[in-house]
Every structure is written in structure tokens, then in C-alpha cells.
Ligand binder design. Structure first.
Ligand code: PLP
Length: 436
């Protein structure tokens, strides 16, 4: 594709920029629609990987930014701006279990800051982790031996496994600072997350919830608001400033005092525009949340019906605006995403689908119809496998592979999530397929 090779040669990478299989060089976007350098137009079903749930170029945000840049300048010589304090107040209202807010720019920086502050607060070093938290050295633990040189030996990965967590907590009881987990809300039962936090507290460690993905997707107050016990630290980023680089670390009473000694330098706290965008985003997003969730559910159930009817071995699992697509095989997934893209429908390539506010019923309808074409075309080609009498066995294994590959769970955790949360959503659709 035009310009792609040069982009890869001089600045982009296949793994991080080019979505590997379907590289597009992008030009501009509005709402859920974006255009590549060749003028082809696509519908985005990923909210720009969750960063912009209100869509691209939202008119109220464009207006607020334009007004702010003209009147306010966009950057100040000091870090203590009115908009920063206004946003902190707003976040503390939404997350009342917290006392202070530390602002950063990215999710990676914010989770690193959370870990630093937990270590400062406890005077201890060991961190136990589950899920993706970014690209920094301490965050590489789950990647195994190939990255060990870069990773932090004081950090241990437990793959969301409560037994494994318990064993590590016992092993490092004297030096345990924090346990940090990224909730995979659509597949992970809330009770499981609560269990991990309870174990953390039993050992006196700081519970950090990485809500970079979920915080502004599941609703006001994020998942944090629903949990009992609640985490000591909540990390937010995607959706906070609808695509502008901003993240926040919300500090509960156990960690708030560490903010001073944590010494989190950050030149770009002087840039005021992301705070302005966040203040504008907050109310708009709360208004849109229910619709975002509805759109996601309509897409998910539409796709599951199509897959089940055609005997196509894939499924959608979703909850509160977050949807994952699971395929029985990489070839099947590649064919699906490539064909969808060819029809102007961008669902990413990694399985995470996050429809934004610009996605309309018509867009969902287009996606479901395109998926039906793919599923029907695949029937009888050997790409599909029959669903067995229990209705789930053809997807149980792919789901387990998906969890171990994407979320780095242990196989036991994947099985637990399937049994306690996912099967109920997937199996009925496949039983429908069987009944035909
Ligand atoms: C749960 C979670 N934590 C942290 C990050 C890292 O955020 P960033 O890419 O902004 O550094 C991500 C990014 O996808 C994420 O999903």
C-alpha cells in the first residue's frame, strides 16, 4: 500500500504500528469514520484502541480546544494550572475512595508511577502482576525468557491465578509492596477480581487496579466503584481525554502520602490542553456510556447469531462496552479481519473491539452482514468445525488459547473464566446453530 513501506523503513514497526497483517497509512478521521492516504474510507470499531470513545474530532472537543488554545495558550510555565486542579476534583468525585491524583501522559507511565508509589508507601520492593501494563522494563515479566534481560527481577507474574498469587504472597511476604492487575472485564468475573484484591490486602500489600482500558469504558467510577474490597490505587488513561495523551493515578489513603516522596517529575504537566479535553470529555462520556454498551451488545449478539447459524468457529464475548472476538485458529481470524477491512470495517486485528459513540446502528448492521458473508463462505471449506453436543467444546479450547496468549492467564484461569462467565454468553448462540 502506498507509503506503507517507507513508513515501516523510517519510523513504524510491524508489531506496534502496522497492525501487522493489514497496514494502512492513515490521513484523518471524524466520528467513527477515518480515511487513508489513498482516500479510502473505513468505519472504526476500536475507538482508536479505546483512546477515543467519543470518536475522532468530536465537535464539542474541537471547539473547546480551539477556544483554549486561542485564549489560554495550551502551555504554561508552571505545573499548577486551574484546569489540572479542576480535573483532579472531578476525578475524586467520580472515585471517592481516592484522596489524591497524580497525572501522567500514558498508561505505561501511570502504572509505573503506581508501582513506584506503592514501593515508597510500603518501603518494600516485590511487585506481583497480571495482565498488560505497558512497555516499561518492570512490565515485561509475562513475556518470559526472551525479554528477561530487560525485565525487573523484583516483579513476578501470576497470570490472574489466585493459587499462584497466594503462593507468591507467602514466598515474598516480608518484601511485598504491591499486586497490580488489569481487569479483563468482559471475560473475567468481578468476584475473581475481588478475590485477588482480598488476598493482596491479607498480606498487607497495596492493591493496584490497572483500569487504563476499563476505567472510562464500563461507566462512571470504573470497575473500582463496583468492587468490594476496593483497590488502593486505580490507574486511568484510555478515554480520559478522548485521545489526548493523559493518564491519572488515583491514590487511596494508604498511598496518598507517598505522592510527595515518590518524586514523579513530568515536564508536560505544563501542557494544559489535555486537561481541558478531559474536562470536556467527562460529561459527554457519561451521557454516552449506556449507548456505547448497547451498541457493543447489539454487535456481539449479531455476530454470535451469524457465527452459530453458519457453524463458524468463532465467538464474541462482551460486557459493558468491551468485546473480544475469539477464533478457532489464526488463519480464520486473519481472513475475518482482512475481509472486514476490505469492506471498510476496521475491527482491529488482535480481538479487542470497542465501538465508540460514532458507531451507528447502520454501521453495526453492515458489520454483521459482512460477517455473515464471511461465515457462510467459510462453511464447507474445512475452516469450520462442528459444535459438539455440549455446544461449547469447539470454542472452549480457542478461548483458553486466546486468554493465555492475549492476557497471559494460566490455563486454569482461562477455564475458570469460561465456566463462570463466558460459556453462558456463547453457548446459547451455538445451541441455536445446532438446532437448525
Ligand atoms: C490495561 C492497560 N494498561 C496499560 C497500558 C499501556 O498504556 P500506553 O500504551 O498508553 O502506555 C495499556 C495499553 O493498551 C492497557 O491496556
Amino acid at each position: 500500500m502506498e507509503g506503507t513501506r517507507e513508513a515501516l523503513d523510517i519510523t513504524c514497526t510491524r508489531t506496534r504500528d502496522a497492525d501487522r497483517k493489514n497496514p494502512l497509512l492513515l490521513e484523518r478521521g471524524r466520528g467513527a469514520t477515518f480515511v487513508d492516504v489513498q482516500g479510502r474510507s473505513y468505519v472504526d470499531f476500536t475507538s482508536c484502541t479505546g483512546a477515543a470513545p467519543l470518536g475522532m474530532g468530536h465537535p464539542r472537543i474541537v471547539e473547546a480546544v480551539t477556544r483554549h488554545l486561542t485564549a489560554g495558550g495550551g502551555v504554561l510555565p508552571g505545573t499548577m494550572s486551574r484546569v489540572r486542579v479542576d480535573l483532579a476534583r472531578r476525578l475524586l468525585d467520580l472515585f471517592p475512595q481516592s484522596e489524591r491524583v497524580a497525572f501522567m501522559r500514558t498508561g505505561s507511565c501511570a502504572t509505573t508511577a503506581a508501582v513506584r508509589l506503592a514501593r515508597v508507601a510500603t518501603g518494600k520492593d516485590v511487585v506481583l502482576t497480571s495482565g498488560y501494563h505497558g512497555w516499561h522494563d518492570w512490565q515485561l515479566q509475562y513475556q518470559g525468557d526472551t525479554r528477561q534481560r530487560a525485565s525487573d527481577p523484583r516483579v513476578h507474574h501470576f497470570g490472574y491465578d489466585a493459587d499462584h498469587l497466594l503462593a507468591l504472597c507467602r514466598r515474598f511476604a516480608d518484601d511485598l509492596a504491591a499486586v497490580i492487575s488489569s481487569p479483563e472485564h468482559d471475560v473475567m468475573p468481578t468476584e475473581h477480581l475481588e478475590q485477588l484484591i482480598a488476598i493482596t490486602h491479607d498480606f498487607g500489600a497495596v492493591a493496584v487496579l490497572d483500569e487504563v482500558m476499563t476505567g472510562f469504558r464500563v461507566g462512571p467510577g470504573g470497575l473500582t466503584a463496583r468492587l468490594d474490597p476496593t483497590p488502593d490505587v486505580t490507574v486511568l488513561s484510555k478515554g480520559l481525554a478522548n485521545g489526548s495523551a493523559l493518564s491519572a493515578v488515583l491514590l487511596g489513603p494508604r498511598v496518598a502520602d507517598a505522592h510527595e516522596a515518590g518524586d514523579l517529575g513530568n515536564t508536560y504537566l505544563r501542557e494544559t490542553t489535555p486537561f481541558v479535553v478531559a474536562l470536556e470529555t467527562m460529561d459527554l462520556l457519561i451521557e454516552e456510556t449506556e449507548r456505547l454498551h448497547r451498541t457493543t451488545a447489539t454487535l456481539g449478539s449479531g455476530l454470535n447469531d451469524v457465527f452459530a447459524t453458519a457453524g463458524y468457529p468463532a465467538c464474541a464475548v462482551w460486557d459493558d462496552g468491551i468485546l473480544h472476538l475469539v477464533f478457532a485458529g489464526d488463519d480464520l481470524a486473519d481472513d475475518f479481519y482482512r475481509t472486514m477491512l476490505g469492506r471498510g470495517l476496521f475491527l482491529g486485528t488482535g480481538g479487542t473491539v470497542l465501538p465508540g459513540a460514532g458507531v451507528t446502528e447502520e454501521h453495526v448492521d453492515l458489520a454483521v452482514r459482512a460477517a455473515r458473508g464471511i461465515a457462510e463462505r467459510a462453511a464447507g471449506t474445512g475452516l469450520t468445525t462442528p459444535v459438539d453436543a455440549r455446544g461449547d467444546s469447539s470454542l472452549r479450547r480457542p478461548f483458553a488459547d486466546f486468554c493465555t496468549d492475549s492476557f497471559h492467564t494460566t490455563p486454569a484461569v482461562a477455564d475458570l473464566w469460561w465456566t463462570t462467565k463466558v460459556a453462558a454468553q456463547v453457548t446459547p448462540a451455538h445451541e441455536k446453530g445446532e438446532a437448525r
